[in-house]
Design a protein. Structure first.
Length: 356
């Protein structure tokens, strides 16, 4: 994981957004990567960029850091114009941001304390010790990076990025090199430490679970022929329950999309009559999450169980029905039905629907 830092240019006013991105577009040669992206990160916010490969999310993060100069648009950091109309106004080292990238790049010849203190203009053992205490590494201050686990190295990189007290912390796939078992604990730690240090966060990830569990807002990018565009910007629960498109629905967790015919708040579908979250008329695409569905054994049913997994304390049934593959969540208190069992799907609660 690579980290780079500089001291903040000045203390921003409390009501100034740490980051304001306005109509930013970028191309690599003739290949468009971003198109007219608008994004604001407010004081104290934890914002996550989520999207498929090739949507431009890492390019956008690097543009904020000053490692890429966008061809169009403007980027303001703490109220200062960092880049505008294809020109950098503030170099990377003076932008006052903390950077944590996915490659580990701790200085191998420096111990943990020296790594954390590297970005400080004036040595401050108290500041270094305070951060090590915050990330639970006080007892490792004299250790070299090679003797640390991946999760410990990530915590060192986080402490080093926060040492100069940046108003904005940029994270690029911070859990890419961390075991899944550690991800939740490290994610909670990262969020808590950033909040306690007063840093706003912009994080790039392809991990939908990390995005939904950590973010105050999720910004979803989608690739187009013109470059990546923002297709939804909303709180995690909204992005999950009310996705703006099929792409967003699939990015934010398992779902089954089926054709249905709406007539007000009801819709007919291959799974029977559905209740919609809002009244519509005509053809719609209904989005069903696994927890909304129940498999009911029925010899005359149009759905068949083809497998199951034990996931997070529940059985996740793999089914095949009239709309193709379907995942259904079932409590582990009930044994999963054997493979080949025929049945039907019952849908609980209002269903979100998409229209063209």
């Amino acid at each position: 994981m690579e980290s780079g830092y500089s001291a903040p240019m000045s203390s921003p006013a409390a009501n100034v957004a740490p980051l304001q991105i306005s109509a930013v577009s970028h191309s690599y040669g003739e290949t468009p990567v971003l198109h007219a992206v608008d994004l604001q990160v407010n004081p104290g916010e934890f914002v996550v960029l989520l999207g498929p490969s090739g949507c431009g999310k890492t390019t956008l993060l690097r543009a904020v850091a000053g490692l890429v100069t966008p061809t169009e648009g403007a980027i303001e950091i703490d109220g200062r114009v960092a880049s505008e109309s294809g020109e950098d106004r503030i170099p990377t080292e003076h932008r006052g941001v903390g950077l944590v990238f996915q490659e580990y790049a701790l200085f191998p010849h420096m111990n943990v304390a020296q790594n954390v203190g590297y970005g400080l203009q004036t040595p401050s053992p108290a500041r270094v010790n305070g951060l090590l205490e915050l990330v639970g590494l006080v007892d490792f201050a004299e250790r070299l990076p090679a003797s640390l686990s991946g999760g410990q190295q990530q915590r060192v990189a986080l402490a080093r990025a926060l040492a100069p007290r940046p108003s904005l912390l940029l994270l690029d796939e911070p859990f890419a090199n961390v075991d899944a078992a550690l991800r939740d604990a490290l994610g909670a730690l990262l969020r808590r430490v950033a909040k306690e240090q007063g840093a706003s966060v912009l994080m790039v990830t392809h991990d939908q679970e990390a995005a939904l569990s950590m973010a105050d807002r999720v910004v979803v990018l989608e690739p187009t022929v013109q470059g990546g565009v923002v297709i939804q910007d909303a709180p995690p629960i909204t992005v999950y329950r009310e996705p703006a498109s099929e792409t967003v629905a699939q990015l934010t967790g398992p779902c089954t999309l089926i054709d249905a015919l709406a007539n007000g708040e009801k819709a007919s579908s291959p799974f029977g009559e559905l209740t919609l979250t809002e009244a519509k008329k005509g053809p719609v695409r209904a989005m069903l999450r696994p927890e909304q569905m129940q498999f009911v054994p029925d010899p005359k049913g149009n759905v068949k169980v083809v497998g199951h997994q034990f996931v997070a304390g529940n059985h996740r049934l793999q089914c095949v029905g009239p709309s193709g593959p379907t995942q259904v969540l079932q409590s582990s208190a009930t044994p999963p039905p054997p493979e080949g069992t025929a049945g039907r799907i019952e849908v609980a609660g209002p269903v979100w629907s998409l229209t063209d």
